[in-house]
Design a protein around this ligand. Structure first.
Ligand SMILES: Cc1cc2nc3c(=O)[nH]c(=O)nc-3n(C[C@H](O)[C@H](O)[C@H](O)COP(=O)(O)OP(=O)(O)OC[C@H]3O[C@@H](n4cnc5c(N)ncnc54)[C@H](O)[C@@H]3O)c2cc1C
Length: 376
């Protein structure tokens, strides 16, 4: 590797996508990750139309479509009643649906693409606190041998996730807020009549429940569908009256929701993308999808030698989306009596308004802003 080799920290979906986009422009980055193995967690469950559009430019969308399952819309329930429905077919887009596909499978497809292109992910290489990171000097340590190296790169893409060491090394502020109450998820097989081709949102007394099938692409025929059950309160499985769990959870996790965005999308030679740059609630299914779009914009600018425009181009887009998702989440979670009343009684009426439906559909699909247009 030479001094001119750019460096990507993190081989999650955003780092992998960035390497894939850059390699199409003959920019072959070095990509390192501290983990010995890829993560097999389902995490982000859906690929949105914007991501399908972007990944189509590098020939990966057909591979995702072959493995995922189409989600046609969302159904909102209260008690035993359906109070509203929204359908992605109202979107004027080539891919008028969400594609249910586990993040682990999306990452595998990206990794396979890099392998086909001869890009190796260097594993067990951890970026540690690096005082000269802004100048492109990264201190890397091997997890087993503890061998240290000072890598020098023309730029560094910080795709090292929510707890980004890159962010800490360059002391960039990461303002925002974190909810007190933990959200809880269970991935579990369910016996249910709920339509697996739709997302289901249930307004309940303590908040809301979200249900969507998890698709890995290697399901055996006849196997019961595994669902993500997510609630903004403890023990969401206790709130399922229309579904019975089969066995125990495949994955259970409890986490705190933040809405945050870095104050600058780059500091010196360090550029932020994905969770290293922004965090928000899973309402809207944007986390991984928004990060992949960051990676695409970054690669297009790198190709044109215009990285100086990255902050100006990307921060306002990410900021608008995070603020909108914060508003949606505040409305959906219904944590006080008053907010619950508003949500339960006003939301179904609001969702009958075309403008409200369009805002919701465009947010979830990732089509709430245009992609930049580039001169060839
Ligand atoms: C419990 C849970 C549920 C979620 N559910 C959803 C959902 O339903 N929908 C949705 O859209 N999103 C969801 N997300 C969020 C989604 O998973 C993230 O937005 C997405 O993973 C961000 O990708 P990333 O590549 O930016 O970061 P990550 O996926 O976090 O990848 C970062 C990579 O960097 C590596 N790394 C970190 N630090 C270092 C270092 N110092 N040196 C080297 N390597 C490093 C890590 O090992 C990791 O591989 C969920 C996340 C969690 C945790």
């Amino acid at each position: 590797m030479t001094q001119s080799t750019p460096l990507i920290i993190g081989a999650g979906p955003v780092g992998l996508a960035a390497a894939a986009f850059l390699s199409r422009h003959d920019i072959v980055p070095r990509i390192v990750d501290k983990r010995p193995e890829p993560s097999l967690l389902s995490k982000a469950l859906a690929v949105n139309p914007r991501t399908l559009e972007i990944l189509e430019t590098i020939g990966l969308t057909d591979k995702l479509l072959a493995l995922g399952k189409v989600v046609h819309g969302a159904t909102i329930h209260r008690g035993d009643r359906i109070v509203a429905e929204v359908d992605f077919k109202q979107l004027e887009h080539r891919f008028p649906f969400l594609l249910a596909l586990s993040q682990a499978t999306t990452e595998r497809i990206l990794r396979e693409d890099l392998a086909e292109r001869g890009i190796e992910i260097e594993r067990q290489i951890e970026l540690v606190d690096s005082p000269q990171l802004t100048e492109g000097k990264a201190e890397l340590v091997h997890a087993e041998t503890y061998e240290r190296q000072l890598a020098t790169a023309p730029w560094i893409l910080a795709a090292d996730g929510a707890h980004s060491i890159c962010r800490k090394s360059v002391h960039v502020p990461f303002p925002g807020d974190t909810y007190d109450r933990a959200w809880v998820l269970d991935d579990i097989a369910l016996a249910t009549d709920l339509d697996p081709a739709r997302a289901h949102i249930k307004f309940v007394e303590d908040g809301f429940l979200f249900l969507l099938p998890i698709v890995t692409g290697d399901e055996a025929p006849g196997e019961p569908t595994v669902w993500r059950v997510l609630g903004n309160f403890p023990e969401p499985l206790n709130y399922l009256n229309e579904a019975n769990p089969i066995g125990t959870s495949r994955w259970n996790s409890s986490f705190h929701i933040s809405h945050r965005l870095v104050e600058k999308m780059n500091v010196g030679q360090v550029y932020f993308a994905g969770d290293a740059a922004h965090l928000h609630s899973p309402v809207g299914a944007r986390g991984m999808n928004l990060g992949i779009e960051d990676a695409w914009v970054f690669a297009e600018l790198a190709r044109r030698d215009q990285l100086g425009s990255y902050h100006k181009m990307r921060w306002p887009v990410d900021n608008a989306i995070i603020q909108r998702i914060r508003t949606f989440t505040g409305f959906a979670k219904g944590e006080t009596f008053l907010k619950r009343m508003m949500r339960n009684h006003v939301a179904p009426h609001l969702l009958r308004l075309n403008s409200v439906r369009q805002t919701m559909l465009h947010t979830v699909s990732g089509l709430d802003h245009p992609l930049p247009t580039w001169d060839k």
